[in-house]
Design a protein around this ligand. Structure first.
Ligand code: SAH
Ligand code: SF4
Ligand code: F3S
Length: 482
């Protein structure tokens, strides 16, 4: 099974089934071959892989890539941890609490290790990259540590584990994009999916571990992106989200020509008018008018833009090394409102960054009021080792003040989210049906192009259908359609 926890790179629906995989077909074979060698570890038909995924959508896709690599080496997915031969935890390091959750989970896994049957436990992803050998030293139940660029080495590392050693590879790559690997899809709805278009990040925002855990930015071959998206559409998927830490800096050089993000987006949007396309995340310093122009031209490019601001204060943004000002950010929002009318805008905000004064915090609140965000992910600043902020700035906002400021930001956003939904009441939207509502079998849920979740009566609709829904009521999280 893949269990997805705390996805925040892309705003996700808060209703309906969680992002869990369906059952997977098992491959019947009696002998296990790993890298061409016969293993005596367990017969192949019992080789089961269980993956739990933490962190952002990039990790969700990476787990799908890992499942594809291991499927080639005779591992089949299971949703039942008790029957797994290999348990992988795909981890996140973005805030300290993300790592603490994984540590707690590893403590839970001790009981699995006590079973008679041998079970290998692997930590993969950003925490593996950040902590490297230290993880093996600190967590004795861990057999395998693999960083985000080393997943192709998993089968060989598993062989080492089977021979009684620990397996580790945390080498970052300047080239790896897993472009040729077709991920094993693990979403539950078979309607919406993600395609990674680039890896790594070169921005080095002062607070952020990602450039350290994911390495340098690199773009994926556009042919493989378009092929993967086309394949999704042909399998019945009706929405794809193109993923990267800063999609605006996507670039692919071939021959003498340069393909930028805008052009890639057009290519994916051209697959079919009934194929919705989203993307995340945009960096305010790089979001161009040309991109907005392309969105405006294509009805299937979703009217929803995630533009993380982090802080409304220019001085804080400077300390964060975000490389834009409050004024530049506001100018970008104005451009979105003008060029893509009706688009929803969401953001990420960090409360209590190093040296944040009360006045700087107030500027974040005033910017939120001004921007009227439809949705936001809001966090308390968490100092991360080896970042610029950890090394050069003081984490000096007292915990109680951080908490109070975050609370004020969340309160304000709930009001703005409710207002945003209330403005939709009485209007009609095209909704892509994703599944049956958690609360009632008679109700379906789906999303508008603006990425707002709508719950509405089933009629004869099924997941993957488009339908026009008139909004009759709302809560701060959900639109209710009639
Ligand atoms: N590449 C994306 C963000 C990826 S991380 C971008 O630049 O917008 C997702 C979010 O986590 C960030 O936008 C930020 O709001 C938050 N975040 C990152 N590091 C953090 C830290 N050290 N403490 C608290 N929040 C953090
Ligand atoms: Fe982190 Fe900044 Fe890169 Fe986003 S752009 S991943 S916040 S360093
Ligand atoms: Fe994503 Fe967390 Fe890594 S946000 S890139 S999984 S540190």
């Amino acid at each position: 099974m893949i269990k997805f926890v705390n996805n925040y790179l892309v705003p996700t629906a808060s209703i309906g089934p969680p992002l869990l995989p369906g059952k997977y077909k098992s491959v019947n074979c009696s002998i296990l071959s790993v890298n061409g060698l016969f293993s005596t570890f367990a017969p192949m038909s019992t080789r089961k892989l269980y993956i739990e995924t933490y962190g952002c959508q990039m990790n969700v896709v990476d787990s799908e890539v890992v499942a594809a690599i291991l499927q080639q080496h005779q591992y089949q997915l299971t949703e039942d941890i008790d029957e797994a031969d290999l348990v992988l935890v795909n981890t996140c390091s973005i805030r300290d609490n993300a790592e603490q959750r994984v540590r707690a989970r590893l403590r839970d896994f001790r009981k699995i290790k006590k079973q008679e049957r041998p079970v290998s436990i692997g930590v993969i992803g950003c925490m593996a990259e950040r902590l490297k050998e230290k993880l093996l030293e600190e967590e004795s139940i861990v057999d395998l540590v693999v960083g985000p660029d080393a997943y192709r080495d998993l089968p060989a590392l598993l062989q080492e584990v089977e021979s009684g050693q620990k397996g580790i590879n945390t080498i970052l790559s300047l080239k790896e994009t897993y472009g040729d690997i077709r991920p094993v899809r693990m979403d539950r709805n078979h309607v919406t999916s993600f395609v990674s278009i680039m890896r790594g990040c070169n921005n080095f925002c002062a607070y952020c571990v990602v450039p350290g855990t994911r390495g340098r930015e690199r773009s994926r071959d556009p042919e493989t992106i378009v092929r993967e998206a086309t394949d999704l559409f042909s399998k019945g998927y009706r929405e794809v989200t193109l993923l990267g830490q800063n999609v605006n800096s996507y670039r692919w050089k071939e021959g003498g020509s340069l393909l930028k993000f805008e052009k890639l987006l057009e290519r994916v949007a051209d697959i079919d008018p009934a194929f919705r396309v989203r993307f995340a995340t945009s960096h305010p310093k790089d979001m161009s008018d040309q991109l907005l122009k392309v969105i405006a031209q294509y009805p299937n490019l979703c009217r929803s833009i995630h533009l993380p601001v982090q802080s409304g204060s220019t001085t804080v943004l400077e300390r964060m090394k975000r490389r834009y000002t409050r004024e530049h950010y506001m100018e970008r929002i104005t451009a979105i409102r003008k060029q893509v009318p009706g688009a929803s805008i969401s953001t990420d905000i960090i409360a209590g960054f190093c040296g944040e004064t009360e006045e700087e915090h107030q500027q974040t609140l005033s910017l939120m009021e001004w921007a009227e965000y439809d949705f936001a992910y809001m966090f308390k600043y968490s100092e991360r080792p080896e970042t610029h902020a950890a090394e050069k700035l003081e984490d000096d906002v007292p915990e109680a003040i951080k908490r109070r400021r975050l609370h004020e930001i969340i309160e304000l956003q709930s009001r703005l989210s409710l207002k945003s939904k209330q403005q939709d009441v009485g209007q009609t939207f095209e909704v892509l049906v994703e599944g049956t509502s958690k609360k009632s079998e008679e109700q379906l849920y789906g999303r508008t192009s603006q990425n707002k979740v709508v719950v509405f009566p089933k009629n004869k609709l099924k997941p993957g259908d488009y339908t026009e829904v008139t909004i009759s009521a709302c809560t701060s999280a959900t639109l209710i359609g009639s």
